[in-house]
Design a protein. Structure first.
Length: 116
């Protein structure tokens, strides 16, 4: 026969905490959350402009940098001006446009391709 173990000491199901009182809901919750904010349509357009600017800037490195990249930088600056939710993406688009301009001109000169 199996030997019976000593009875385990009983602990409460949970320890009493101040936060777990039944009337705690009356004081308000202790959860912080930010409300969902809908973006304006202009902010959505700014995000698309910034993404298009990055694409055109990178395309301008391989094909006609003086035609494409200034247009891409202009799109990026418009996106920065609109601002909003995609302001960081638009800032990156301006920086990518500047780097692409220098790289595109260098590639065009080294490979003897037309600038425009």
């Amino acid at each position: 026969m199996a030997a019976h173990a000593a009875p385990a000491t009983r602990w409460p199901a949970r320890t009493p905490h101040e936060e777990l009182r039944p009337d705690a809901a009356l004081e308000g919750s202790r959860v912080s959350a930010t409300p969902y904010q809908r973006s304006r349509p202009a902010e959505t357009v700014a995000g698309f402009l910034a993404a298009a600017s990055i694409f055109v800037s990178l395309t301008g490195i391989a094909y006609r940098p003086l035609r494409l990249i200034p247009f891409a930088v202009l799109l990026a600056l418009i996106a920065v001006g609109i601002g909003g939710r995609s302001e960081r993406l638009a800032t990156y688009a301006v920086a990518i446009g500047a780097v692409s301009f220098a790289a595109g001109l260098a590639v065009a000169v080294v490979t003897s391709r037309p600038l425009w």
